[in-house]
Write a protein that binds this ligand. Structure first.
Ligand SMILES: [Zn+2]
Length: 375
């Protein structure tokens, strides 16, 4: 795959999913193929497998300096003692820092996740955690809401319905309620440093995005597709380009590479075509001055096959802010070092929690990575 059409400047992808230790070396290959200097690997909470933190630790141990890692919270531990939940969540953030995580990933305000965690992010359960995050300046990658059409019974796309992401039926939190919760959090903890994933789903309303960024100096927006973002951006190329130049210090490059890999067998490896397609989509949008269609490599997954997009041809200075500068201002010039002993302790703890859930000794990712780090 040829990337010579793109600007020869360092690129850090701020939003990549690594879901299993068996994908670590393949992810390293993907980084080289799509020309990434560094990545931010993110983890999400799960009901039984707890989260993907073990895979992130494994990557950092094997390729130090190439990956920032943003860990997920552990709701198995939270639910084990609900009275202690506020303290537990704050302690989990401190433990992530001690292990050598660079940031926290929150999926908790995606409607499906919001439904199963059951706690409002602006409620008392999370208050000590926000205070700990603000005090330590630990950055957060935070997924809030979803595209507006997912709440619309007619407009919700079939691919989203297949994932259970249409919110017209069932007891899902309304989009504006999710935003209201975020406003409360950012107002109470104004020094929080946050990258809102997928442009905070405000790509259809750049005026609102501008007002949001003006009101909250610690807030940033990432460019990870949803293709709907680039459809919206392409409607008024000039207005979009003006926005990107005005807020070039608040926008972070990201692609969501690996987002689909939780549904695949890790033995199949990563979907390299999808990784190329996502990279080409976002970079073409930022750099080209021409109309383009979504890259063929993306195929039909997640409704990604669209036509009639348009690039905004940003100057090099804005490109280097968006590609690496803004992310490094938030996360530091280099990933923090892994504390091996703290990592092993954390992984062994997670492995035994999974054993307890399953009522048997499980060959979990956490156990396997702990064993590898012990040797
Ligand atoms: Zn993601």
């Amino acid at each position: 795959m040829d990337y010579s059409e793109f600007a020869p400047i360092p690129v850090v992808d701020g939003h990549i999913h690594l879901v299993h230790p068996d994908l670590v070396s393949d992810m390293r290959r993907v980084m080289d193929h799509v020309g990434l200097t560094a990545v931010n690997l993110v983890s999400v909470p799960m009901r039984r497998a707890i989260n993907h933190n073990a895979a992130l630790i494994d990557f950092k141990a094997r390729y130090p300096g190439r990956a920032y890692i943003s860990g997920a919270l552990d709701y198995v531990q939270v639910r084990a003692d609900l009275d202690q939940a506020p303290q537990t969540l704050a302690d989990q953030v401190r433990r992530l820092q001690a292990v050598g995580f660079d940031g926290l990933k929150l999926l908790e305000s995606k409607p499906t996740a919001r439904q199963w965690t059951e706690f409002a992010v602006d409620g008392p359960t999370y208050a000590p955690m926000w205070a700990a995050l603000e005090e330590s300046r630990f950055p957060v990658v935070w997924h809030v809401a979803d595209p507006e059409e997912f709440w619309d019974p007619e407009g919700c796309p079939d691919w989203a319905r297949q994932h259970g992401w249409c919110y017209d039926e069932g007891d899902f939190t309304a989009k504006e309620q999710l935003y209201a919760e975020v406003e409360h959090v950012l107002t109470r903890y104004p020094k929080l440093r946050v990258i809102f994933a997928h442009f905070y789903f405000l790509s259809a309303d750049l005026q609102r995005a501008a007002a949001f960024l003006d009101a909250h100096p610690g807030a940033h927006l990432d460019l990870a597709p949803g293709i709907e973002m680039f459809v919206n951006f392409s409607r008024d190329v000039e207005a979009t380009r003006d926005f990107f130049i005005a807020y070039a210090n608040r926008i972070v490059y990201g692609t969501d590479i690996g987002a689909g890999s939780a549904a695949r067998d890790p033995a199949q490896g990563l979907d390299h075509l999808d990784a190329h397609g996502r990279t080409r989509l976002v970079r073409q949008f930022l750099e080209s001055d021409r109309p383009f269609n979504s890259p063929d490599e993306l195929g039909h997954g997640l409704g990604m096959d669209v036509k009639g997009l348009h690039g905004i041809a940003l100057p090099d200075e804005e490109l280097s802010q968006i590609y690496a500068g803004n992310f490094r201002n938030l996360f530091g010039g280099q990933p923090v070092a892994l504390d091996r002993d703290a990592a092993i302790e954390e992984l062994e703890w997670q492995a035994s929690a999974i054993d307890a859930l399953e009522g048997a000794l499980v060959d979990s990712p956490a156990r396997r990575v702990a064993q590898r780090l012990n040797h």
